[in-house]
Write a protein that binds this ligand. Structure first.
Ligand code: CTP
Ligand code: MG
Length: 231
């Protein structure tokens, strides 16, 4: 299974002046944890690391300090996650029929989650890891800040990554999205807009996307639980 890791963001909400994936989490950069989990997955055999060229020297140094057993290909990122994944899809080797896409910022995903997603992708054209939401979610009017609706929580799931797809179909969805100007925050949304089915795979509560400084502190806490040897 081929894996694309979008890692080309700016980390604006983290409030740091560099890509948040280069920030330290315990004893190594955040992205090193993501790469290590992908490397430990039985199913993944090739990793496409999508980054901004200015970060490549740092990525090289991280891979030199934390060597992987699988080939890693650098792919140039775009100005949005959607563009970065688009570039990633063009950078896949021709034999790639199915792909997992996993945010570099989700550095706590376990190898088991990658493996379960890869296995499920043998039986459906598209899937995402997701967990049931715990909060009651409100739909609020943009202008008046009053509640319009309270969707049934039974039907609400929080989307995570990995997300997995048939490559040919996802490329078609990205091409259509590009020509029609769709702006989405994940790849499943492109699949949905093309009326293609997307299956849910049970995600992990600990698989948070490190977005703000508080997330970094929580990630450190979780990592210490997962890796008692690092205490
Ligand atoms: N990403 C990417 N290319 C972009 C923007 C984001 O590859 N142009 C990646 C990020 O590196 C991250 C993942 O997509 O691994 C999810 O994005 P997000 O958490 O929003 O990260 P940033 O865009 O870096 O953060 P922010 O939105 O706060 O600037
Ligand atoms: Mg972003």
């Amino acid at each position: 299974m081929h894996l694309l890791i979008p890692a080309a963001g700016m980390g604006r909400r983290m409030g740091s002046n560099r890509n948040k994936l280069l920030l330290s989490l315990l004893d190594r950069p955040l992205i090193a944890w993501t790469l290590e989990a992908a490397d430990a997955s039985r199913e993944i055999h090739w990793i496409g690391l999508i980054g901004q060229p200015e970060d490549w020297p740092d990525f090289e140094a991280i891979l030199a300090a934390n060597p992987l057993s699988k080939p890693v290909q650098f792919i140039q990122g775009g100005s949005t996650r959607q563009e970065s994944v688009y570039n990633g899809l063009q950078g896949l080797p021709p034999e790639a029929t199915h792909v997992l896409i996993h945010d570099g910022a989700r550095c706590l995903a376990t190898p088991d989650l990658f493996d379960r997603c890869a296995e499920s992708l043998r039986h459906c054209p598209g899937l995402i890891a997701a967990i049931p939401v715990k909060d009651t979610i409100k739909i609020v009017a943009r202008d008046s800040q009053t509640i319009e609706q309270t969707p049934d929580r039974e039907q609400l799931w929080a989307a995570q990554t990995p997300q997995g797809f048939n490559v040919a179909l996802l490329k078609q969805c990205h091409d259509r999205g590009k020509s029609l100007g769709w702006e989405v925050t994940d790849d499943a949304a492109l699949f949905e807009k093309c009326d293609l089915p997307v299956q849910i795979v049970p995600g992990e509560e600990t698989n948070l996307k490190v977005t703000t400084p508080m997330d970094l502190a929580i990630a450190e806490f979780i990592l210490r639980q997962q890796r008692p040897e690092l205490k």
